[in-house]
Write a new protein. Structure first.
Length: 82
């Protein structure tokens, strides 16, 4: 048999490379490419994301305000009571 576990099957025309976890860089180009890319992507999608959130916020606050107002009694109804 002679094969170790993990290399049991032989595949043709497949090249695999591996690198030790101690040799890998965890955050390559994080500050030079990562942060500017986040800013660019945010700027590109802000017009698609903000309007629905704004509409939801306005409807939510209006609904809460109407609910609080509907729980109160109308003082004009009780003006002539003694």
């Amino acid at each position: 048999m002679g094969r170790e576990f993990g290399n049991l099957a032989r595949m043709r025309h497949v090249i695999t490379y591996s690198l030790s976890p101690f040799e890998q860089r965890a955050f390559p180009h994080y500050f030079t490419n990562g942060i500017p890319n986040v800013l660019r992507r945010t700027q590109a999608s802000i017009l698609r994301v903000v309007p629905p959130f704004l509409v939801f916020y306005l409807v939510y606050t209006w609904g809460n305000q109407e609910f609080e107002n509907s729980k109160r009694k109308n003082p004009a109804t009780y003006e002539n009571d003694k």
